[in-house]
Design a binder for this molecule. Structure first.
Ligand code: BG6
Length: 479
């Protein structure tokens, strides 16, 4: 199915970029903000690249007007950002901190002033530390009520102006890194707990969406899922089965629950046999079915390729490249189910992430066929080293190439019949990468922030800024 003629991007296509509170705001203890799990975690030696923290990040909290003015200059139609739970409820629940509400009101009003549609992410990983300490955060069912109340507070405060909402950002990633590989807080490795935590998060997600219908009846909401479509390494049936296992266990396990309120069968049975299936209580499945999203939010960075993994084969204990030294990422897997292998057909970034624009088209079609939901591409982008030239410019042609090829793939998918409502590039300004410090950059706007040395936080427009401006101006005709 090659197309001579592409369908155009829809007239109301949401061209945008995205960020997350912890990665940009800074002001970590300002205006009554409480401590989050990340404020705590980054202080443990050895957890982040060169000990970077989000204490200052790129100081968006104090510079949001400058940042929004740059968005307006670029002609952005939408901006996706997250709210720090601890600015609204310093202890996760109880008294609202009015100064937190004020900050986001100002940001939202500033965006609206320039006709930029705000997309608010309710949760992008920064859990109130108070809830972690009180009942283990996501480990307890109590989180469902607290998350719902926090969400309702946001719907009431901002729902008059914010019509697009993302519930949880990458539930599959924050739980895996928090409870399987221990790379994120709370730094636990416990498979049974991992699946239980996920069940609670899915319930919280559904409870928030269910409440949303009452508070913002004219709005749209969905989760953002980190979708890495599975490929089989070869046409050997055992490798194809491994890829099927991976697609179900690493993707459908979440997306089926979001879209249908059901856990996929083969994975459920596998987890039961292993004694690690989550405990489900009466009413849980009904709630999951009541929290259906309006769209599937997709964060797409790469595909993953799988082959058969013997029972004594690779485990999840593998090095994850957080240094930017190409070739240091190791394969990992689940014995008996699947193992990742590098795909020689694909180029990789310096952080060993595959570059695969066609994988996005494939993924969008899989989602459309399975769930029949529109898709918001809530993240896609290239993390690379950027260099400020002697003349002060940043020639990030590699980023333009990356975004260009992915947009062509999106237009292919639209032509195939996929309903894509928007595209949020990760990210607008450079920001703090959770584990990779400031040297792994994603933005259209360079921020002079570094792990070490001089850093005055000044903003510099990269070459890609001007390129994306034209893409938006032409509604994708000039890619
Ligand atoms: C997504 C997250 O997983 O990928 C972002 O939603 C994150 O918060 C982005 O920054 C890129 O990941 P990394 O590890 O390169 O910063």
């Amino acid at each position: 199915m090659l197309h001579e003629k592409h369908k155009p991007f829809p007239q109301d296509f949401l061209w945008g970029a995205a960020s997350a509170a912890y990665q940009i705001e800074g002001a970590w203890n300002v205006d009554g903000k409480g401590k989050s799990n990340w404020d705590q975690f980054v202080r443990i030696p050895g957890k982040t690249f060169k000990g970077t923290t989000g204490d200052v990040a790129v100081d968006h909290y104090h510079r949001y007007k400058e940042d929004v003015a740059l968005m307006a200059e670029m002609g952005m139609k939408t901006y996706r950002f997250s709210i720090a739970w601890t600015r609204i409820f310093p202890n996760g629940k109880g008294e609202v901190n009015q100064k937190g509400i004020d900050f986001y009101n100002q940001l939202i009003d500033e965006l609206i002033k320039y006709n930029i549609e705000p997309i608010v992410t309710i949760y992008h990983w920064d859990l109130p530390q108070a809830l972690q300490e009180e009942y283990g955060g996501w480990e307890s069912r109590q989180i469902v009520e607290d998350f719902k109340n926090y969400s309702i507070t946001l719907f009431q405060a901002f729902g008059d102006r914010v019509k697009y909402w993302v519930s949880l950002n990458e539930q599959n990633i924050f739980t895996r890194l928090g409870y399987q590989t221990a790379l994120h807080p709370p730094g636990v490795k416990d498979d049974k707990l991992y699946y239980q935590v996920n069940h609670h998060a899915s319930l919280a997600n559904a409870a928030a969406i269910k409440a949303f219908r009452m508070y913002v009846p004219d709005g749209k909401i969905g989760p953002s899922f980190a979708y890495s479509p599975a490929y089989a390494a070869t046409a050997k049936p055992e490798d194809v089965l491994a890829a099927e296992n991976a697609e179900e266990l690493t993707n459908h396990w979440w997306m089926d629950v979001y879209a249908w309120g059901e856990y996929p069968k083969a994975t459920w049975n596998y987890l039961e046999r292993e004694g690690i299936a989550p405990q489900i209580e009466e009413g849980d499945l009904a709630l999951l079915k009541e929290g259906k999203p309006d769209f599937m939010g997709v964060n797409y960075y790469q595909t993953t390729t799988y082959e058969k993994n013997p029972l004594d084969g690779a485990t999840l204990e593998a090095n994850f490249n957080t240094t930017g030294k190409k070739g240091t990422m190791e394969d990992s897997g689940i014995p008996g189910l699947y193992k990742t292998v590098s795909n020689d057909n694909l180029e990789r970034t310096n952080w060993d992430w595959n570059i695969d624009p066609q994988g996005l088209r494939i993924g969008l079609r899989r989602i459309t066929n399975r769930y029949k939901l529109p898709v918001l591409i809530s993240e896609n982008g290239l993390g690379e080293y950027d260099q400020v030239e002697a003349d002060g410019t940043i020639q990030d042609d590699y980023r333009i190439e990356y975004l260009h090829t992915h947009l062509v793939a999106i237009q292919d998918a639209i032509t195939d019949g996929v309903a894509v409502i928007g595209y949020c590039v990760w990210s607008f300004t450079d920001l703090l990468s959770w584990l990779n410090g400031f040297q792994k950059r994603y933005g259209f706007v360079y921020v002079n922030q570094h792990e070490e040395g001089e850093h005055d936080l000044r903003r510099i427009k990269k070459k890609s800024f001007y390129w994306y401006k034209e893409v938006i101006e032409s509604n994708g005709e000039k890619l």
